[in-house]
Design a protein around this ligand. Structure first.
Ligand SMILES: *[C@@H]1O[C@H](CO)[C@@H](O)[C@H](O)[C@H]1NC(C)=O
Ligand SMILES: *[C@@H]1O[C@H](CO)[C@@H](O)[C@H](O)[C@H]1NC(C)=O
Ligand SMILES: *[C@@H]1O[C@H](CO)[C@@H](O)[C@H](O)[C@H]1NC(C)=O
Ligand SMILES: *[C@@H]1O[C@H](CO)[C@@H](O)[C@H](O)[C@H]1NC(C)=O
Ligand SMILES: *[C@@H]1O[C@H](CO)[C@@H](O)[C@H](O)[C@H]1NC(C)=O
Ligand SMILES: *[C@@H]1O[C@H](CO)[C@@H](O)[C@H](O)[C@H]1NC(C)=O
Length: 495
């Protein structure tokens, strides 16, 4: 299958009379085969128009071309008139037979197409959605061992209730996976033999596989004179492999490290062929070690676990005193302010800090659930900026998961998720004890009001007691005593 990009053609046929709207999958094409949008046979109109709304939103609905069919009889010639003001018709489309539209196989041509009759009356005859897939990078070159590799898969528009998914040899791999915009990304750290093989990106609609493409990751035999950058979390138990593997045999090998803060490299490990591997980093304890105990003249790896922020710097492997590979380790720290458990509705600041900037990078804050890009900033080696902060005015339960992504050119190189630890504050109606207390209070209030009403009625109702002026004071005080008595006894029962 094509290693580049692919057009998926989902056809939606629409008949106004019956309101019948099936979605039909017509064909799958590689980058050289154009797509032909068919028209219904036996249509009786005489003039039609093809309309297009691109998925990428460059512009709104445009009329590409009108098609005239003078008498409407089978076999009659169609005449085409380009109406597109965008001057794109010749580059991107072709006239097909019998009014059909030919779409050249370009990613930007993805979109919604309508075939509409305009004479003698106006009726939409058919609608189509043409989706395009893109694999980034275009070609999958073989990768020297130890590199971090990013593969991205973009679809022109994500159909409703569908998603993109990467698989390795047919199953979900443990590699880092995330998505942003309409792109699914897989980042394979420190590639080795286990990471090679078949990778596929599939479009799933409600867990049903619709389409996809696949390609093969292959390993280069050596990394001679390569320079590359690795990004690792400096605060969240990450690990890094520094791989020095040569096809040729060497007599000596050593690793040096120059930290971000010092100008002098220090020797951290060395070995001679068939001799033991020596590690010289004091104070770092077991964090740096080599998976091999004896240097065989070819393979001299180092493993740091867990990585801390201060491990950033340049690691160089020399074989026979020549630079074999140079690895820039950039450590990244993501944090939430204030620390600890927050309440839903609180404000928070997220910060993503890189240990250094060697080449132009872009830091991006993503809302991790839906892959929305919320904030981004470009950093270059000459700037002093090393971090990107994101202010969240109100923490909400739907938006606890965030991620900082490091982009280099247009591709993500590293992904650092962070989850805000926030809890719902207890409300009166959420707590059963409070609910009971509230009910009791209401009952008491009701009793009190009833008693009050009785007292007032007894005071104002004309009755025998009011006729006798001598007991006036007694009458007014007596019901009051009664009210108080009733109130307290009933309250006692209620409680
Ligand atoms: C165009 O119409 C003619 C006559 O109906 C038919 O023979 C021919 O196959 C059609 N071509 C396409 C591409 O549909
Ligand atoms: C349009 O014209 C066709 C015949 O050409 C007819 O069958 C159809 O009902 C008309 N539609 C409307 C909305 O007038
Ligand atoms: C790679 O995976 C795809 C999809 O899972 C499968 O169709 C294809 O046959 C596989 N290719 C190889 C060479 O294994
Ligand atoms: C995501 O898409 C938007 C809109 O198309 C675009 O402006 C933005 O640059 C994209 N984000 C990334 C990280 O590519
Ligand atoms: C978040 O950052 C803003 C601006 O730097 C600051 O005013 C605010 O106090 C910070 N809030 C928290 C909770 O740290
Ligand atoms: C550590 O990483 C995990 C996922 O790997 C993430 O859920 C968590 O929020 C991270 N914690 C911090 C403090 O970055």
């Amino acid at each position: 299958m094509s290693p580049s990009w692919i057009i998926i053609f989902l056809l939606e046929l629409y008949f106004p009379a019956s309101a019948y709207v099936p979605t039909q999958d017509l064909s799958l094409n590689d980058e050289v085969t154009p797509v032909t949008l068919p028209v219904l046979v036996g249509i009786s109109g005489t003039e039609f128009v093809w309309q297009w709304t691109p998925h990428d939103g460059r512009f709104k609905k445009v009329q590409l071309v009108t098609v005239k069919h003078s008498k409407g009889y089978p076999g009659a010639q169609y005449s085409w008139t380009r109406t597109s003001e965008h001057n794109i018709y010749y580059r991107n489309f072709d006239d097909g037979e019998n009014g059909t539209l030919i779409i050249k196989s370009k990613f930007e041509n993805a979109g919604h197409y309508t075939f509409k009759q305009i004479q003698p009356n106006s009726t939409v005859l058919a609608m189509f959605d043409v989706f395009a897939f893109k694999s980034i990078p275009f070609w999958w070159d073989s990768i020297p061992p130890g590199f971090d590799v990013t593969r991205a898969c973009t679809i022109s528009r994500l159909p409703e209730s569908s998603r993109l998914q990467w698989k390795h040899k047919g199953s979900l791999s443990a590699a880092t996976k995330f998505h942003y915009n309409n792109t699914a990304v897989i980042i394979i750290q420190n590639v080795d033999e286990h990471s090679t093989g078949n990778y596929s990106c599939g479009l799933l609609k409600k867990e049903t596989y619709l389409h996809g493409f696949h390609n093969t990751l292959t390993l280069a035999t050596s990394a001679f004179d390569s320079r590359y950058t690795l990004y690792r979390d400096g605060a969240n138990r990450s690990e890094v492999q520094l791989i020095c593997r040569s096809a040729n045999r060497h007599d000596t090998a050593q690793w040096t490290w120059r930290s971000e803060s010092s100008s002098q490299p220090i020797r951290i490990a060395s070995a001679i062929r068939n001799g033991p591997v020596g590690i010289f980093v004091k104070g770092v304890g077991q964090r740096i070690r080599s998976p091999v105990t004896v240097y065989d003249g070819h393979y001299f790896p180092l493993h740091i676990s867990p990585v801390v922020f201060q491990d950033a710097g340049i690691y160089i492997c020399y074989t026979d005193n020549y630079i074999y590979v140079s690895i820039t380790l950039i450590t990244v720290q993501v944090s939430v302010e204030p620390p600890g458990v927050l309440a839903i509705g609180d404000e928070a600041n997220l910060t993503c800090t890189v240990s250094g900037v060697r080449e132009r990078i872009r830091l991006v804050w993503l809302r991790d659930d839906d892959g929305t890009v919320v904030k981004e900033e470009t950093l270059s080696a000459s700037d002093s900026g090393r971090s990107l902060a994101l202010f969240i005015p109100r923490v909400s339960t739907e938006q606890l998961k965030w991620a900082c992504v490091v982009f280099q050119e247009s591709l993500p190189r590293a992904y650092f998720p962070i989850e805000i630890n926030a809890e719902e504050m207890q409300t009166a109606f959420g707590d059963p004890v409070l609910v009971i207390v509230a009910c009791v209070c209401l009952v008491l209030l009701k009793i009190f009001i009833t008693a009050l009403v009785i007292c007032l009625l007894m005071n104002y109702l004309p009755g025998p007691v009011q006729i006798n002026p001598h007991v006036d004071t007694g009458v007014t005080s007596a019901p009051e005593e009664e009210c108080k008595g009733e109130h307290s006894s009933k309250a006692g029962n209620a409680v």
